[in-house]
Write a protein that binds this ligand. Structure first.
Ligand SMILES: [Zn+2]
Length: 251
């Protein structure tokens, strides 16, 4: 069985036997690392490219998810940096994403462009219920978090954040859509944990600096990666306990 961990930065140093792979996809070459441990292959995919050169609106979402599917990945664990719209979610917190509001504007959104007929994908459970249950049994973190995805790379205005909060958005980021949707289109189990790096615009007088945001992500990334690896190595993830492989609707 193959597993993947997607992160905003690509440097993972967990030891073990790691090899670098460049996989050609219809959407370009995708670089990732593979760690083999206990007869399991765990792929580490840097979302923004191995040199972190692609801003959120230009991430190769199609190539990234296609590469994972082509390599045979069944289960995907993702980390995303988020800002908080709520005073009870603060920098350093971890939140389990359960639903999203999509305010992206220009990025490719689907593998189904009509060449293979009209296909819809159910969003009843955007994030795999089985993987979410495993995470909740392993770590104490906020459940039921609603993620707002904005286009970026600019941050949001105070008026936008006020609006997102009013319609139910708990945290705001720039990368989880269409990643979560594409995973579902390819019938992979996918979950995402948000690392809260800052309070959103209008909630604090002094905004977080880039270095403060990076420091928080680095601080929690290793912990989260180890958490995901622990869940994977338990070896009890199954493909028939969720709806991820029956979410496509052809009409
Ligand atoms: Zn699933």
């Amino acid at each position: 069985m193959k597993y993947a961990i997607i992160g905003g930065t690509g440097v993972y140093s967990l030891g073990g036997n790691v090899k670098e792979v460049s996989l050609e996809t219809p959407y370009g070459i995708i670089d990732f690392s593979i760690m083999e441990k206990d007869d399991k292959e765990i792929i580490f995919l840097p979302r923004h490219g191995k040199d972190h050169s692609r801003p959120p609106h230009l991430v190769n979402y199609l190539g990234n998810m296609w590469a994972l599917k082509e390599y045979g990945v069944e289960f995907v664990f993702s980390t995303v940096a988020v800002g908080s719209t709520r005073s009870d979610i603060v920098p350093g917190d971890l939140v389990l994403l359960r639903d999203f509001l999509d305010f992206t504007k220009s990025r490719p959104m689907t593998f189904y462009d009509g060449s293979s007929g009209v296909v819809h994908v159910s969003m009843k459970e955007p994030y795999c219920s089985m993987l979410c249950d495993k995470i909740l049994k392993t770590i104490n973190l906020r459940d039921d978090t609603i993620y707002v995805c904005t286009e970026g790379p600019r941050f949001e205005t105070a008026a936008e954040i006020s609006f997102y909060r009013q319609i139910g958005g708990d945290v705001v980021g720039m990368t989880n859509v269409p990643e979560v949707v594409l995973a579902k289109e390819l019938s992979m189990c996918y979950c995402a944990v948000g690392v809260v790096t800052n309070m959103c615009t209008g909630l604090v007088n002094v905004e977080a600096t880039g270095s403060e945001i990076i420091a928080i992500v680095k601080d929690r990334k290793e912990e989260l990666t180890n958490l995901f690896v622990d869940i994977i190595l338990k070896g009890d993830l199954v493909t028939d306990a969720c709806s991820c492989r029956s979410s496509l609707i052809r009409v």
